[in-house]
Design a protein. Structure first.
Length: 268
């Protein structure tokens, strides 16, 4: 059987975990696997990768663009009490520990970092939150795009921006790997819960193989070594998930896409 190509379109701090996940799935299927960087959504449009760890927002957009392009395989359940054993995550709004800000409202007029425009937790959800508050991005004094969540964290710690909304899974892994981060940051607001980034199969993945990959993912937590592997990435298990789980994201996207263009766009 040909090599199954996995791609990580999520934060690079999960690359080592997802590389191990891909290898374990390959062992289960008796198939060679590799994990590549998710550099462009064209990799999914062109089916040059078979399986992807993908943010929910591009999943929703690609399904709207071409309904048969992707299929849901599974979703992670994160290993912290606040996730309640559900395939959800949050967007944690962070500031420096010494910031005077204590709530989202306190960020009026201050600088803000989105990560990328195609991020749900790092961009779309905060834009939707501003809409719910009756505000626009003019609420902030300055808006930049950092490029990825870890860079947004670095910029907040360095005092280059006042605040940012960070994928709670990414932030949890960063805290585990850098315990001193707790002394540098505070969370002043929590947006969500939201449907978590899924594992998807592209059009290149045969139906029979897709089922086997799904089963291999959901059985990863059944033995001690699999649980240890997942635990290094703060994941408890993978579970099957249905497309309708992302309907709330679709509703938010519909609202945000009807809003006037953001008034401030500062490149990173």
């Amino acid at each position: 059987m040909r090599t199954l190509v996995f791609a990580n379109f999520l934060a690079p701090n999960m690359t080592s975990t997802y590389t191990e996940v891909a290898a374990r799935v390959g062992q289960r299927l008796g198939t060679p696997t590799t994990l590549v960087e998710g550099a462009s959504l064209d990799q999914l449009r062109q089916a040059s990768v078979d399986i992807a760890f993908l943010c929910g927002l591009p999943y929703v957009r690609l399904r709207r663009e071409q309904p048969g392009m992707l299929r849901l395989l599974a979703a992670p359940v994160l290993d912290e009490p606040r996730y309640g054993g559900r395939p959800v995550y949050f967007s944690d709004v962070i500031v420096r520990r010494d910031s005077p800000c204590r709530s989202f409202d306190d960020l009026r007029g201050r600088s803000w970092a989105h990560n990328v425009e195609d991020s749900y937790s790092g961009c779309l959800l905060s834009r939707y939150t501003l809409h719910e508050m009756g505000e626009t991005e003019g609420f902030f004094g300055q808006v930049i795009f950092s490029g990825w969540h870890q860079e947004s964290i670095r910029r907040v710690v360095a005092g280059e921006v006042s605040a940012s909304a960070i994928d709670s899974h990414v932030l949890g892994v960063e805290h585990r790997r850098n315990p001193g981060l707790h002394r540098q940051l505070r969370v002043i607001a929590v947006l969500g819960p939201s449907p978590i980034p899924p594992v998807v199969g592209s059009a290149s993945l045969p139906d029979e193989v897709a089922v086997r990959v799904r089963d291999a993912l959901t059985e990863l937590g059944d033995d001690p070594s699999g649980r240890a592997l997942l635990g290094r990435g703060l994941i408890r298990q993978f579970i099957p998930i249905e497309d309708q789980a992302y309907d709330s994201m679709r509703r938010m996207l519909d609202v945000v896409e009807r809003l006037p263009p953001p008034p401030i766009r500062v490149p990173a």
